[in-house]
Write a protein that binds this ligand. Sequence first.
Ligand code: G3P
Length: 217
Amino acid sequence: MKFFVDTAEIDAIAELNDLGMADGVTTNPSLIMKSGRDILEVTKEIAEMIDGPVSAEVVATEAEAMIAEGRKLAKIADNIAVKVPLTWDGLKACKALSADGHMVNVTLCFSINQAILAAKAGATFISPFIGRLDDINLDGMDLIADIRQVYDNYGFETEILAASIRSVNHIAESARIGADVITAPPGVIKAMVNHPLTDKGLATFLADWEKTGQKIL
Ligand code: G3P
């Protein structure tokens, strides 16, 4: 399972990258806004740091303009994945940009039918948004499972990139189902380490060690 980091914050990406836990990065207009950085500059900086795909999203809504923006973003570095929304125009842009040889991440996917269209349009990645489905009382994980089944039924090679991940449980469940990639905020990835029995066990070991009066160094 690949981990993409869902942020445009350089320091947070660097910390995970140093541990081999950043197989890629995903950004979107909201994350660029949050970073306060220029999209071209920050995307370049991220793409130089990370070996894997770095998603940068178009903001045009018509195919021609999306394609032009996508080509400009793709020029930033070889590892840019152009992100386009799951609209009819977005699918046209996906087809054209993937025909150019660019990686394309089709985002804002909320249904199995949308995921099928993206695969047929040549998407490298499909991004189903788990948390936003949970927000409206649907089960985001069901969508990941459905896409996994249908892509496997037909041998679609588009990678399932579980997005809008809000909790460590979303990551564990995505792994169980067999999502190819998860993208999550740095804090959620780091929270995977937490377990109360680890903390409790460590406290006991340290208390007992103190009683021995020994030192290792
Ligand atoms: O990966 C997509 C992500 O940035 C959206 O997450 O929490 O805004 O739904 P969220």
